[in-house]
Every structure is written in structure tokens, then in C-alpha cells.
Write a protein that binds this ligand. Structure first.
Ligand code: ATP
Length: 464
């Protein structure tokens, strides 16, 4: 094992420049070779290094290991024990430790060992996922504006659009794009203070700061950032203390030309239960939508993701999946995982349309249009013993309003219809009424067992 590793490093030294060897290869520690599984375990000192090495050097190391052990060897990278323990600590408990350093680190090129150490530390603090970059973000009509704005902000933080407000439906790449901005900024300026935070986490940080009477530290930390990426801001709804704190952080950062990027499932004026002074701030920079991807883009995404996972996907297969699954990118990723697992399990080396039809049977029956809004209205009306006509009527007694909202929720969940289309099919209601119903039922479902059960029965009935 030791001999192998020495030889491996020696061989890599012949191919790679010395800075890369000292930045990425020397910090690795060979742990063990598992004879039975032919797996070589190697540890990396931190998550950033681990991901970088896995992406950039694992093939070379695997080839060398396979030559040495005379059979195909896989390399498994893991975090060094001390760091694994650090990563496992709850995020919010680390808040005080993340207080800003006194001076920004200098801008450094990412390849030198010193630079690598700075980038590592910055990534660990920032909570960025280094896998989400501009390079692997597929662009099409649906997101080109958002991507262009994101690039612009990554290149000139704090001076172009502040805040940048990105909104769109679930699974369309908002989170991906804001991580890409953070990663790009850290690559060009490893000393930048970047922080990604989900709105929920921010809310719980506010609560903890309140309990520990640590608001000064909390404020100092957030106000000192160069780039704050805050995801899913709709989760601030009704959280008044959080909104107030965020308002101060926002004002302080924008005044110092520090960049704020916000994502949400809807545009600022549509955000329910958010203070109007915050809403007007959200809208004061640039607000851009990310739309659902069009067919060609869905195909491109599937092909790109398949390739990066080492799956050979013929174009006709990608077209088949993309034609049937239209709503979002997360759904496409799920389909790709399902299809490749199915093919592996059934020993089918080549992905074909037939394999996809079998593997995606459940998903396809929903998106094939077998479930229509009319069908949902009838099924829900039967279930609640009311007249179908009340689905379209303007009457609003509670015994009608709830089933109608349930039907709207199911229409959004089980069909490809947009909110305005659903509104039309429910007696010409506004899309905001549908949105309200979808949110209300989805929230109530997570809290009320009885409602959840009813929805489950309805879903099963509709899916056949
Ligand atoms: N244009 C794209 N190119 C490549 N991958 C994408 C693209 N858009 C989305 N993805 C991938 O799809 C998945 C879902 O995207 P993401 O989490 O960014 O969605 P989101 O809009 O933040 O959704 P949510 O509102 O549910 O948080 C991620 O794995 C992401 O990497």
C-alpha cells in the first residue's frame, strides 16, 4: 500500500506541475486497500480538497492503482477524521466561530498551496457546494437572462445589480445558480467573505441569537459579508423578528456595496406575509425569472448529466424522457437516476426507449395526460360528496372551499397545467387564488394527518 502510494505520487509528479502536487496530491493520505472490493481508500484534509481531487484526479489515480494491483480498482475519497467531526457539528452552533476575520485576505491565484489553503477555508465557511458551478449549468431560453445577470454579479459584486432577485418554480436551478456565483467569486478572490444560507437556517440563527442574547455577534457577522446568498426567502413569511434583522443586514450591506442575492418561488410583490418595506427593497435591484426548461434544453440537460455520471444515453432516449417529463430539472435528474438504476439491475447495458418506458412507468402515467383537471374535479367532488359544479361556482362556504382547494392542489401536483390555466378551469379564478390554495393545502398536509390521508387516497385513486 505504502509502496503503491509512493509510486503513484512519483508518477503523478511526472504529469502535473509541482504546485498542483503540493496543493492537491501531497495532502492526501492513503488509508487502506480493500482486497475483496478492490477499493482504495484515500483521505483528504477537507471537503473542498476532497471534491476537487475527486473531480480532477480520481481517474489518474484509479488508472495507476489498477496497473499496480493488476485489476480494476476504484478509489474512494473520504474526509480526514478530524474534519469529518467538524463538519458534523450543527451549522448554527458554529455561528460565533464564524465571526469575521479582521482583514480580508489578499487576492490569490487558486493553484499555489497557500492559495489552496485560503480557498479551502473560504469554502468551508461559505457553505457553498463546489459541485454547483457555471460550467455545469446548462443554459437555454428559460434561464439565459438569469445566468447572464448571475455572471455579471459574480464579476462585479455590489456594483451592478443589488440585490439580484431570482425567482421561479421548484427545481429550476435557482439554488444551483447562486452557488455558482459564490464559487466563481471565491475563485477570483479567495479572500471574499461569502455565505450561502437557506432562509430556514437564517430564521433559526435569529432564534438562537435571541436565546443566547448574541445579537451583536449575529449582526456583526452578517453585516460583514461581501456576498450573502439567501435561498427561498418565501420562508420568511410571518417571521417578523427575522424580517426585521434581515432588513438591517440588507441596509448595511447595500450601503457598503456588498452584494445580496435572493431566491424565491415567486416575484417580490407576490410574497405573502412579508413586510412591504422589505418587498420594495427586494425589487430595487434586478428581478429575474427562471422559467421551466424548453424541450431542447431538457434534452441538453439529460445528455450532460448522463455523461457526467458515465451513463451512455442515446439522443432518442433523451428526447423520449424530455418529451414526457416537462416540469423541472430535478424531475429529470430523478428520471435519469431511475433509468440507470433500472438498466443496471436488469443487466441492460444500453439505454433504450423500451427500458425507459418500463423504468419510468409511474412517472409517465402522470405526465401522459391521463390525469386531467376535469378528472381531478370529479374525483374530489365524489370523495367529498359535493356537486362537480361547485368546483367552478363562486360560492365560498367552508364545506365547498376546502375540497375546491384540495382539487386545485392536486391539479398543480398531478398535471402539467400552469397556475393561470388551473384558475381558468376552476371558474375563471385568478392564478393567485390557485397559488394560495396550493400553499395552504401543502402546508396543512404536513400538519394534519387526516387531510394527508385523504390526499393520499385521492392521489392513489387518480393514478389508478
Ligand atoms: N440549467 C441547469 N443545468 C444543470 N443542472 C441544473 C440546471 N437547473 C437545475 N439543475 C439541477 O437541478 C437540481 C434542482 O435545481 P435547484 O436545487 O437549483 O432548484 P431550485 O430552483 O433551487 O429549486 P427549489 O425551489 O426546490 O429549491 C439541482 O441538482 C441542479 O443542479
Amino acid at each position: 500500500m505504502k509502496d503503491f502510494w509512493q509510486t503513484c505520487v512519483h508518477r503523478l509528479e511526472q504529469d502535473l506541475p509541482p504546485q498542483q502536487i503540493s496543493a492537491w496530491i501531497r495532502p492526501l493520505v492513503p488509508l487502506a486497500f480493500d482486497e475483496a472490493q478492490a477499493v482504495l481508500r484515500v483521505s483528504a484534509p477537507n471537503r473542498f480538497k476532497l471534491e476537487w481531487v475527486r473531480k480532477n484526479f480520481s481517474r489518474q489515480i484509479e488508472t495507476l492503482a489498477s496497473e499496480w494491483y493488476k485489476r480494476p480498482v476504484q478509489v474512494a475519497f473520504e474526509l480526514a477524521a478530524a474534519n469529518a467531526a467538524y463538519r458534523a457539528a450543527p451549522a448554527s452552533a458554529e455561528l460565533p466561530a464564524e465571526a469575521p476575520e479582521s482583514a480580508p485576505a489578499p487576492v490569490v491565484a487558486a493553484a499555489s498551496p497557500a492559495a489552496a489553503a485560503v480557498v479551502d477555508a473560504a469554502h468551508d465557511r461559505s457553505r457553498l457546494n463546489t459541485d454547483l458551478t457555471f460550467d455545469n449549468f446548462v443554459t437555454g431560453k428559460a434561464n439565459q437572462l438569469a445566468r447572464a445577470a448571475a455572471l455579471q454579479v459574480a464579476e462585479n459584486p455590489g456594483v451592478s445589480y443589488n440585490p439580484l432577485f431570482l425567482y421561479g418554480g421548484v427545481g429550476l436551478g435557482k439554488t444551483h445558480l447562486i452557488h455558482a456565483i459564490g464559487n466563481a467569486l471565491l475563485l477570483s478572490n479567495a479572500g471574499a467573505r461569502v455565505r450561502y444560507v437557506h432562509a430556514d437556517q437564517y430564521v433559526s440563527d435569529v432564534v438562537k441569537a435571541y436565546q443566547r442574547k448574541a445579537f451583536d455577534e449575529f449582526k456583526r457577522y452578517y453585516h460583514s459579508l461581501d456576498l450573502l446568498l439567501i435561498d427561498d426567502i418565501q420562508f420568511f413569511a410571518g417571521k417578523n423578528r427575522t424580517q426585521e434583522e434581515f432588513f438591517y443586514a440588507f441596509e448595511a450591506m447595500v450601503a457598503q456595496r456588498k452584494q445580496i442575492i435572493i431566491t424565491s418561488d415567486t416575484y417580490p410583490k407576490e410574497l405573502p406575509n412579508i413586510d412591504s418595506r422589505l418587498i420594495s427593497r427586494f425589487d430595487s435591484g434586478l428581478t429575474v425569472a427562471i422559467e421551466p426548461p424548453e424541450l431542447e434544453m431538457r434534452v441538453a440537460i439529460l445528455l450532460r448529466k448522463a455523461e457526467s455520471e458515465g451513463v451512455t444515453m442515446p439522443e432518442e432516449v433523451a428526447f423520449f424522457i424530455a418529451k414526457h417529463l416537462r416540469s423541472n430539472v430535478r424531475e429529470l435528474e430523478g428520471a435519469l437516476r431511475k433509468v440507470s438504476a433500472y438498466a443496471r439491475f436488469h443487466g441492460r447495458e444500453v439505454l433504450t426507449v423500451e427500458v425507459c418506458k418500463d423504468a419510468l412507468k409511474d412517472l409517465l402515467s402522470v405526465s401522459n395526460g391521463q390525469i386531467t383537471v376535469e378528472n381531478i374535479q370529479k374525483t374530489v367532488a365524489d370523495f367529498y360528496k359535493m356537486k362537480v359544479a361547485d368546483m367552478y361556482s363562486k360560492r365560498r362556504p367552508a364545506n365547498i372551499a376546502l375540497p375546491r382547494q384540495v382539487a386545485m392542489y392536486l391539479a398543480k401536483e398531478l398535471t402539467q397545467k400552469s397556475l393561470p390555466e388551473i384558475g381558468d378551469l376552476f371558474g375563471g379564478r385568478d392564478h393567485t387564488t390557485v397559488l394560495h390554495a396550493v400553499r395552504k393545502i401543502s402546508d396543512a398536509r404536513s400538519k394534519q394527518t387526516e387531510l394527508n390521508h385523504a390526499l393520499h387516497v385521492l392521489e392513489q385513486t387518480l393514478k389508478g
